[in-house]
Write a new protein. Structure first.
Length: 649
């Protein structure tokens, strides 16, 4: 059964007004003269669904946003989608029911961490966003792309620009491979599991190719270095390992001997240090004794000076004390008659000492006694200096003897052993480096062997996937019989419409495109035309009919046709009859739908005016698709379908 996709209403909002177009019946006809907005309405439907659409100057300049109400699925799921024309076109708003408040913002181009409108609508249809190969040829590079809503909608909407040349957009070579794959998915002719298996196989193919390149590089390196074989390297490593063990044992023995010598050396060194310390201490004692003698000699000299000064003062007092000066001995002036205070010297006018006449003899005795004591102490300290110097000489001799003994011990025992340890250590390190180099070469062989094993495992897995893919393909061949039924329905539609053809209408089992007598339409009518338009309409009707009958088909039950009489004349009776037959077929199919599908037709002077159960949207210059705008086309006489479609993404 076809997937339900039913349009409810489209609202076009401008700055000044708003108009809602409803699609209440199974068949809706949009009719009106050129440049009134028939194709514009259909493009706005596609635009609201997040697709790339032609936006004419009238739409870009005047329409603020469009709102599309649509039902998805059998439940159904009712969605109100709003997309701005003036403003941010990169998002579609999902509105809350009963209000214009955005419930969710869906991004049009893919953005990290955000849901796209394409994935949301596919999920609403119940169709998975499968990853499919970009190319279907044997020379495919293993690149994959994701099925989007636009790929599915391409089977539901025949634009006026291509309706006379292509029913499904197969002329776009960049998307034709994807178009075929989407056809197979929608009509159940292939299982998505096959795509997953093919993607896994392509990844394995790339991995195998990469590993083969690495393996080749390793082989070139091994052969270029002329390395030994794996067995030769193992034998060489065994020999080097034994030599390494012997060298380590010899080094350990030397280190044991050296440890004993080091302990002996440490004891001798400690004894030497103690002897040197004692010698240093005796030298310091000599220095200290000399300093004490010098201090004592200085103090003794000072005491002797003090004693001499005392003796001189006593002599002077005894000699000059009896004299009374009447004249100054220096200038010979008279001092006998000068006025002097009582107690002052008549000569210098200074106060006379109380005992100036007699110096205390006890002071001299103390000084003399002190001098004698200091002389005795000096003799004792000088003797101590001589004793300290003798001890220092003995200590220096002992230190020199200990130094010679230590030097002889080091020269004869420790130094040669240390040199032997150094040589043994160098030998061990050299063997260790050789072992490391051998291990690296062995690792190269192991890596090459591991690469070969992993590559073989990948090849085995690739063969398993290929076998599984072939099994799936064999099972799916039975489903391709559905093409025969689609071809039968296609031939019936061609007959109902009354297209004159030379040959049996069928569906190409490789391109999934309509053929006449085994010939593609490009060959039958290379430049397109009315017959091609009618055949493409018949092809789309056949697909819709089959989808409505077959439960496993996922093609939506919506078909939008823009200008289904394009290229069909309106003068010749045969042309007029062909156009009338097309609309009769629309009405017949609509009567049979009974709510199971929906047809929307846009055409100039369309038939079925006033027919029962037909929703007619009549556009005029004063009531065009864009409210308040007379001309909604590209130019005065240009139609939307003649304009290039712009990629919004």
């Amino acid at each position: 059964m076809a997937t339900k996709l039913r349009l409810i209403a489209l609202t076009v909002t401008t700055a000044d007004s708003e108009r809602t177009y409803r699609f209440a019946h199974d068949l809706t006809v949009i009719s009106g003269p050129v440049a009134t907005g028939k194709s514009t309405l259909l493009m706005l439907i596609k635009y609201a669904l997040g697709g790339n659409a032609v936006l004419t100057p009238a739409v870009v300049e005047h329409v603020r946003y469009v709102t599309l109400e649509v039902d998805f699925g059998d439940e159904p799921q009712h969605l109100r989608l709003r997309r701005h024309v003036q403003g941010d076109r990169s998002r579609v708003q999902l509105l809350e029911h009963g209000s214009d408040i955005p419930e969710q913002h869906l991004t049009v181009p893919a953005r990290t961490g955000e849901e796209t409108v394409s994935r949301h609508l596919l999920a609403a249809l119940g169709i998975d966003a499968h990853r499919v190969p970009k190319s279907r040829g044997r020379s495919a590079k293993g690149e994959f792309t994701t099925v989007g809503f636009g790929d599915v909608f391409g089977y539901c909407y025949l634009q006026a620009k291509t309706i006379d040349s292509s029913a499904t957009g197969h002329l776009d070579s960049g998307r034709d491979s994807k178009r075929k794959t989407v056809f197979e998915l929608l009509f159940g002719m292939i299982d998505p599991e096959v795509f997953d298996l093919r993607e896994q196989r392509d990844k394995l193919t790339s991995a195998i190719s990469e590993r083969d390149s690495q393996l080749k590089a390793i082989r070139i390196f091994v052969e270029g270095e002329k390395q030994s074989t794996f067995d030769e390297l193992r034998a060489l490593r065994w020999d080097k390992q034994e030599a390494f063990r012997h060298a380590e044992r010899a080094l350990q023995e030397l280190r044991t001997d050296v440890d004993a010598l080091v302990r002996q050396d440490r004891d001798a060194r400690n004894e030497l240090l103690q002897t040197l310390s004692r010698a240093s201490a005796t030298r310091e004692a000599v220095v200290s004794a000399h300093e004490v003698v010098r201090a004592r000699e200085a103090a003794l000299a000072q005491c002797r000076l003090d004693l001499k000064r005392s003796d001189k003062a006593t002599v002077a007092t005894n000699l000059l004390g009896p004299f009374e000066f009447v004249t100054c001995p220096r200038c010979l002036q008279d001092v006998a008659h000068r006025t002097v205070h009582s107690g002052d010297c008549a000569l210098c006018l200074q106060p006379q000492p109380t005992a100036v006449a007699a110096i205390d003899d006890s002071s001299r005795v103390r000084l003399a006694t002190r001098v004698e004591e200091m002389e005795q102490l000096l003799r004792v300290e000088q003797e101590a200096v001589r004793t300290a110097e003798l001890r220092a000489a003995e200590a220096d001799l002992a230190a020199a003897t200990a130094q010679r003994h230590y030097d002889e011990l080091t020269r004869e025992a420790v130094s040669p052993r240390v040199q032997a340890v150094a040589a043994a250590s160098a030998n061990v390190e050299g063997l260790r480096r050789e072992l490391l180099a051998i291990d690296q070469r062995i690792a190269t062989w192991n890596r090459m062997e591991q690469f070969e094993k992993e590559t073989n495992r990948l090849r085995d897995r690739k063969r398993e996937l290929t076998t599984e893919i072939k099994r799936w393909e064999q099972e799916l061949k039975a489903r391709r019989s559905r093409l025969d039924e689609i071809s039968r329905l296609f031939a019936l539609e061609v007959a109902h419409i009354g297209v004159r053809v030379n040959g049996t209408p069928t569906i190409d089992d490789k391109t999934y495109l309509p053929m006449i007598g085994g010939t593609s339409l490009e060959t039958v009518q290379a430049s397109g035309g009315g017959s091609t338009t009618a055949i493409n309409v018949a092809f789309s009707l056949a697909l819709l009919n089959y989808a409505l009958r077959e439960p496993s088909v996922q093609l939506p039950n919506l078909l939008i046709l823009d200008s289904p009489r394009k290229g069909i004349g309106s003068v010749e009776p045969e042309d007029v009859e062909l156009g009338q037959n097309i609309y009769k077929r629309f009405k017949t199919l609509a009567d049979a739908l009974a709510g199971r599908g929906q047809l929307i037709i846009a055409d100039n002077n369309a038939e079925l005016r006033g027919e029962r159960d037909v929703e007619l949207i009549a556009l005029t210059r004063k009531a065009s698709a864009v409210p308040g705008i007379e001309n909604t086309g590209v130019g005065t006489q240009l139609r939307v379908e003649e304009h290039e479609e712009i990629d919004e993404e």
